[in-house]
Design a binder for this molecule. Sequence first.
Ligand code: PSU
Ligand code: MN
Length: 303
Amino acid sequence: MNEQSLVCLSPEVEEAIRANRPIVAMESTIISHGMPYPQNVETALNCQRICRENGAVPATCAIIGGKLCAGLTDEQIDYLGREGHRVTKASRRDLPMLVAKGMDGATTVAATMIVAAAAGIRVFATGGIGGVHRGAETTMDISADLEELKETPVCVVCAGAKSILDLNLTMEYLETKGVPVIGFGTDELPAFYTRKSGIKVPWRSDDPKEIADAINASRALGYPGGMLVVNPIPEEYSMDADAINKAIDEAIAEANEKGIKGKETTPFLLAKIKDITGGSSLAANIRLVYHNVEVAAQIAANL
Ligand code: PSU
Ligand code: MN
């Protein structure tokens, strides 16, 4: 068994890698655990279309039958969306046993980076990354996504992180790990549903070509890890900060009351926030993902 024997590429992705064409990886936990059916499947398919319209080949990633798949069929995407929480949410620590058992898993940001890197894909678009949870000083709940950014050479384009997390601690953690964080057209870390958090990012770029140059420089420097591009939600879709923060506080209070822990925490909070906001948070979430796919495709085109 070697890494390549575990990887399964769709014909389109295989051809794009051979021809050195732009490719954008996408995750599948966002499909199974991040959004409800059928909006999850619609969004994933629209992301692939938007990616193609912007000149890049989409590679939605998942573990299927114990293989690390880059590029899924529409049927596989529909399956992950319908199964929802019945599919294993797969992060780094889950891949060895999923492979050994020949199981399916929907990949988080961390696991999608592993699949993308194994396939030779260098840019990845998603909604939000995992980070340092509020109260992590006692729970130690810190997403494996942050360690992966330090270790695996993939550039992740996201809309920052939701303030279900402690955004200050998340930035501190990334700084400690030496992960380059670049605001695309912004000096501030976006807070997913809103464009601002009041937290400065170390670098700003307004040019996808410049970000592609930084990816190449990171490789030339021999850095093992990736890069985080934070791209604010478009103004017209951004939410009212007070309303969304109230919903987030309520969701966190309920999670604490119910004793929700570990890998259940993020999916629980995402679903709760959607319920409390009557679906307006889902609409914003979908729009920001589309925007991230566009920017990721532009970066990939310049590599
Ligand atoms: N944040 C979101 N939407 C998501 C996730 C996070 O706004 O769908 C998912 C991503 O797959 C991310 C994962 O990688 O949750 C992080 O989970 P954890 O905190 O358990 O590492
Ligand atoms: Mn966690």
